[in-house]
Design a protein around this ligand. Structure first.
Ligand code: NAD
Ligand code: UD1
Length: 339
């Protein structure tokens, strides 16, 4: 059975990917410092899959600790989820973001070299398309100018991984550029559990729904879009997780660097998200329109053709599924993983 190391595997996307990999016959090992997650998420993965999961509590930056994982397990591929991801915090604490996101990548690459592991999939972001590229984004476009340090860490890590693969022809790198993951596993046992005030739209909507926040502020309704609010390519986290399974199948038999957009290709506006959430879950979401949020682009969505052509992957779930599953997770876990 092929062993896949999930660095940051206890987090939102990592936990859903762990479930899909296990269900597809892979053995997963999680390494996480629980800086933005908790061991309960690993327990829930075990509950959903009925399989026990080996998990290491460690900081991926700590190469000595990471070496233990590689010594104790014969790893076939790594998926690198371990990063800090709050855009606003990255503006306030850029050094923390550069240190964490880049050092985790370097430690992983060094351990992989030391132990002869040749496959790495990286959690990149649509944010690397920057401000210049027109929508829909295709993988052939050049990386653009980011508006914040978080985005720059993704650009830099993509470059580091490409350089490493150029220098070692046996190294395989897959850069997955996620669009906007939302939703939760249909069991309602795992989902997104942001610490503090959510930065992202869907967790905020869910916390208004459950009564933890009073109202949603929609950031700007004067954009040049059909209803004036920003449009994004929201993707169900389970579809996204299945994209990782396809990428693992692919990387185990290919060399070199490949980039894939993981999105649906269909944008929805903030207002459409709120309306769909209300309709599907039969409730009202208290909301007001406010100023634009600095750094927001009017539109961001994928051309998702390449992932279909090369990986045979496309999304299956609808926006209604995303809204229903988000609420199912939130109402069953009003305080996230905390009791
Ligand atoms: P998350 O915060 O839920 O998961 C990241 C995990 O990495 C957490 O469990 C955290 O504890 C762990 N981690 C962070 N630094 C670590 C370190 N130094 N050592 C060990 N563990 C560490 O975030 P997520 O939404 O699951 O995102 C996963 C990856 O995908 C991140 O790299 C993120 O930047 C990227 N991404 C996320 C989105 C999104 O909207 N969620 C979009 C694009 C890209
Ligand atoms: C943001 C980041 C992006 C990152 C992604 C995942 C910015 C500029 N971009 O993407 O780099 O990869 O998160 O972490 O921060 N909205 C509201 N009210 C809210 C929250 C959001 O109206 O309370 C709107 C936003 O203006 C945006 C849309 O909802 O139009 C989606 O926002 P969000 O979920 O934060 O994702 P992105 O901005 O696309």
């Amino acid at each position: 059975m092929k062993k896949i190391l999930l660095a940051g595997g206890a987090g939102y996307i990592g936990s859903h990917t762990a479930v899909e990999l296990i269900n597809s016959g892979y053995d997963v090992i999680i390494a996480d410092n629980y800086s933005n997650s908790c061991p309960e998420a690993v327990r829930r993965i075990e509950e959903i899959t009925g399989k026990s999961v080996k998990a290491y509590e460690l900081d991926i930056k700590d190469k000595t600790a990471l070496e233990t994982v590689f010594k104790e397990n014969k790893i076939d591929a790594v998926i690198h989820f371990a990063g800090l991801k709050a855009v606003g915090e990255s503006v306030a604490k850029p050094v923390l973001y550069y240190r964490n996101n880049i050092d985790t990548t370097l430690s992983l690459l060094e351990c992989m070299e030391e132990f002869g592991v040749k496959n790495i999939i990286f959690s990149s972001s649509a944010t690397v398309y920057g401000e210049e590229n027109p929508v829909p984004y295709t993988e052939k476009m050049k990386r653009g100018t980011c508006t914040n340090p978080y985005g720059w860490t993704k650009v830099m890590m993509e470059q580091i991984l490409e350089d490493a693969a150029n220098a070692d022809k046996e190294l395989s790198v897959v850069l997955l550029r996620y669009f906007n993951p939302i939703g939760a596993h249909e069991s309602g046992k795992i989902g997104e559990d942001p610490q503090g005030i959510p930065n992202n739209l869907m967790p905020y909507v869910a916390q208004v729904a459950v009564g933890r926040r009073e109202k949603l502020t929609i950031f700007g309704n004067d954009y040049d879009t059909p209803d004036g609010t920003c449009r994004r390519d929201y993707i169900h986290v389970v579809d996204l997780a299945k994209g990782h399974v396809k990428a693992i199948d692919y990387i185990l038999s290919h060399e070199g660097v490949e980039i894939f957009n993981l999105g649906t290709g269909t944008p929805y506006s903030v207002t459409e998200i709120v309306e769909t959430f209300e309709n599907v879950n039969d409730m009202k979401i208290n909301h007001v329109y406010g100023d634009r949020r600095p750094g927001d682009l009017p539109e961001s969505y994928a051309n998702a053709d390449k992932a279909l052509e090369v990986l045979g992957w496309k999304t299956e779930k609808t926006l209604a599924d995303m809204c229903r599953d988000t609420w199912n997770w939130q109402k069953n876990n009003p305080n996230g993983y905390k009791k």
